[in-house]
Design a protein around this ligand. Structure first.
Ligand code: ADP
Length: 301
């Protein structure tokens, strides 16, 4: 097979791990920087050009599109779909997963457990918004934040109000969320491929920190997940339309609640923590499932 990895960063652990897994199985692999792709969208024969040449003969594409280049990156993925190249995660699904509110709305309408969540544009009725999610303590999140930056625990209504007003005055988009105290600074990352959770880890924040992000000093360990957690993770990935996803959840008193579904999950933490060859399993999934006519949207989204 000829497999392309759409990534701006060939040196990143995840990209290297995927390249190695493809090469090990005697397939051809190319790392393609999506920002260097250019294309002719008026043609009846959609094509993508790269470094002066036409990209041809690909059997599958693995998009690893960074959040900062979602707009252009997904347009490159869409073009591959129009060329009937199998894209592991399709453009529509990637765009969906990058919009936090849209993701939560999609999951909610299919009955997936979520922390009670509210959002607002205006700060006029902040008091009411706070009441809507059950009052304090609550978590205020900047929608565009990553790695736990912009996630604040407000212990009192007054604190919540100040944080919301401060962030809104900076034009940050925010959501407010019920604080899942019982998860005690831990969360669970499930790596979904197809309709299976192939690896799971628990992340724990350092003492006194409610955020479990590894970038905030958290550490990860193996975890046995329950059947309910397993089915919640696979359903969430399916609802988002993602064949491969990193599903983050908290253990709440009322069962697993989803925080986020990630379309380009990092492989370093999960491979090192679980000892599983996730990249290898991704390539095996592609071997079984890629082929002409397998693209669901054909660039329609
Ligand atoms: P980011 O996308 O920036 O990582 P998250 O929404 O994943 O932001 O939040 C970061 C961390 O904060 C989570 O991994 C979790 O440990 C903690 N956290 C987030 N939301 C809640 C919540 N509603 N209740 C309890 N802990 C939370």
């Amino acid at each position: 097979m000829k497999i392309g990895i759409l990534s701006q960063k060939p040196d990143l652990y995840s990209t290297r791990s995927l390249v190695e897994a493809v090469s090990k199985r005697d397939h051809e692999v190319h790392v393609i920087n999506p920002l260097r792709c250019y294309m002719n969208i008026t043609s009846h024969h959609p094509a993508i050009h790269y470094k002066g040449e036409k990209l041809e003969g690909f059997d599958a594409i693995i998009p690893r599109i960074g959040a900062s280049i979602t707009f252009y990156g997904t347009s490159v993925v869409r073009q591959f779909e129009m060329m009937d190249v199998f894209c592991l995660n399709e453009s529509v699904a990637i765009s969906r997963s990058r919009d936090k509110l849209r993701s939560l709305q999609l999951l909610a309408r299919r009955g997936i457990g979520l922390p009670v969540t509210g959002f607002a544009h205006s700060t006029i009725f902040t008091d009411d918004l706070i009441q809507l999610v059950g009052g304090s303590p609550l978590v205020v999140k900047m929608i565009e934040g990553t790695q736990g930056i912009g996630v604040v625990l407000a212990e009192t209504p007054k604190a919540a109000q100040s944080v919301i007003q401060a962030l809104r005055s900076l034009k940050a988009n925010i959501l407010v969320q019920e604080f899942i105290q019982e998860s005690s600074g831990t969360d669970i990352r499930c790596l979904v491929i197809g309709n299976k959770v192939v690896a799971a880890m628990m992340r724990k924040g350092p003492a006194g920190e409610f955020r479990s992000n590894l970038h905030r000093g958290g550490r990860a360990e193996n975890v046995r997940i329950t059947p309910e957690e397993r089915s919640t993770a696979t359903r969430a990935a399916k609802i988002m339309g993602l064949r491969v996803a990193g599903v983050d959840m908290l253990r709440s008193n009322h069962g697993p609640v989803i925080m986020e579904v990630n379309s380009s999950p990092g492989l370093e933490g999960i491979e090192n923590t679980t000892g599983k060859d996730v990249a290898g399993m991704i390539i095996e999934y592609i071997e079984k499932n890629a082929g002409p006519g397998k693209t669901r949207t054909r660039g329609k989204g």
